[in-house]
Design a protein around this ligand. Structure first.
Ligand code: CA2
Length: 148
């Protein structure tokens, strides 16, 4: 069965509990439900994971590569703007990958306008809320290739 890894970074476990004007009022569990519903009956498995720890995110990316996962959807959250280690993990995994942000990081504070991880991904979707994950899923299920 084809598997897609959906990896969410720090504080996204708090989704729906604060800052609804930026991130919406739905929770991470709501996102998981939406995505599982979207692939139902299509012979696709989703490995849905969230961590507040950089090393755990890196380990999950490496494990996805080892397992022959078809692609990765990642919202690295604040690590987007700081983590060379996550960039290296994504580049090293050499899997098709889409970086997703709920908010439009280019309309926000200057420190959010730079992504270190984006260059290791096939593309970036930013500012479309949960729909960004759905679009990324459809892109990966269409047989996207890894970035070289
Ligand atoms: O827009 C996004 O998806 C972000 O990746 C979200 C990150 C932020 O650091 C990035 O710049 C953009 C933050 C996620 C924290 O989400 C919370 C939600 C509710 C309550 C507290 C945090």
């Amino acid at each position: 069965m084809k598997e897609i890894a959906i990896i969410n970074g720090p504080n996204l476990d708090r989704l729906g509990k604060r800052e609804p004007e930026i991130y919406g009022s739905e929770s991470l569990a709501d996102l998981e439900k939406l995505l599982r519903g979207h692939v139902e009956g299509r012979g696709v498995g989703l490995d849905f994971f969230q961590s507040n720890h950089e090393g755990a995110l890196i380990d999950r990316i490496a494990a996805a590569a080892e397992r022959g996962t078809a692609g990765i959807i990642i919202n690295p959250a604040a690590f987007t703007h700081t983590s060379v280690a996550l960039y290296d993990a994504l580049a090293g995994a050499a899997l098709p990958c889409v970086e997703v942000h709920l908010s439009n990081i280019y309309r926000r504070e200057a420190f959010r306008r730079k992504s270190l991880t984006a260059a290791a991904c096939s593309g970036v979707i930013s500012g479309l809320g949960f729909f960004g994950y759905v679009a990324a899923l459809d892109y990966l299920l269409n047989g996207a290739a890894a970035v070289r």
